[in-house]
Design a protein around this ligand. Structure first.
Ligand code: PXP
Length: 239
């Protein structure tokens, strides 16, 4: 059965909007674990737009499951990872102006820098996963570089506008899973998955961990709003 890794970046996004200390992604991670999450994922971006260095350090000390650190393959990030020692690092491409990660790594183009940073992480005892599109050449290149895991980018499947488009993208994910299995790679998947589109991907089998953030945090805001309003009314009306 696949594990669920909950990405708590957007809890930090709300905190950063006010520059205060809440909501704290560390508290969110603890609640996610209590609800059954089997891993916590955070993306420490170069621009620190949501998750901060302090969050990663505190999560490392407090979470009871597994910490998956998403990051760019830069010297700065590798230095932080070697200090914090997450259970896994998922290397992702990162552009400053993007709203979110916009696609998989080009493992073929960036093989030298990836190999260098992967080796440092692996020598430090950290499992490395490469975030790649469901593309045979990228998966084979990930294997050649010595990655233990790939995370299949599900964004194109999630963004498909037609049933046929969605079917085609799902077929690509399935082929990617079968190839990765043949190569002996561990397989995670994520990006854009929500309450409607995750089931067909899970049904393909072979995926060890789903990393899901935006849809879970979005839903939490809405399903939690009624209680939050009632509690404020109680305060105003003096109980
Ligand atoms: N996996 C990777 C590699 C990501 O970059 C992200 C977004 O930070 C996710 C999973 C989670 O995506 P979403 O927030 O769309 O569920």
């Amino acid at each position: 059965m696949a594990r669920l890794g909950v990405n708590v970046d957007h809890v930090a996004t709300i905190r950063q909007a006010r520059g205060t200390s809440e909501p704290d992604p560390v508290t969110a991670a603890a609640l996610a674990e209590l609800a059954g999450a089997e891993g916590i994922t955070v993306h420490l971006r170069e621009d620190r737009r949501h998750i901060q260095d302090r969050d990663v350090a505190v999560l490392r000390r407090t979470i009871k499951t597994r910490l998956n650190l998403e990051m760019a393959a830069t010297e700065e990030m590798v230095g932080i990872a070697l200090k914090v020692r997450p259970d896994a690092v998922t290397l992702v491409p990162e552009k400053r102006r993007e709203l979110t990660t916009e696609g998989g790594l080009d493992v073929i183009l960036h093989r030298e820098i990836l190999k260098k940073q992967m080796t440092l992480l692996q020598e430090g005892g950290i499992t490395v996963s490469l975030f790649v599109d469901p593309d045979a050449e990228q998966i084979k290149a990930s294997h050649r570089l010595g990655a233990e895991y790939i995370e299949i980018h599900t964004g194109l499947y999630c963004d498909a506008q037609t049933t046929e488009g969605s079917r085609q993208e799902l077929a690509k994910i399935e082929q990617a899973i079968r190839l990765a299995q043949k190569l002996g790679l561990g397989i995670n998947a994520g990006h854009g998955l929500d309450y409607r589109n995750v089931r067909p991907v899970a049904a393909l089998g072979g995926i060890e961990e789903f990393n899901i953030g935006h849809s879970i945090i979005s839903r939490a805001v809405l399903v939690g709003l009624e209680r939050a309003v009632r509690e404020m009314l109680e305060q105003i009306r003096g109980g």
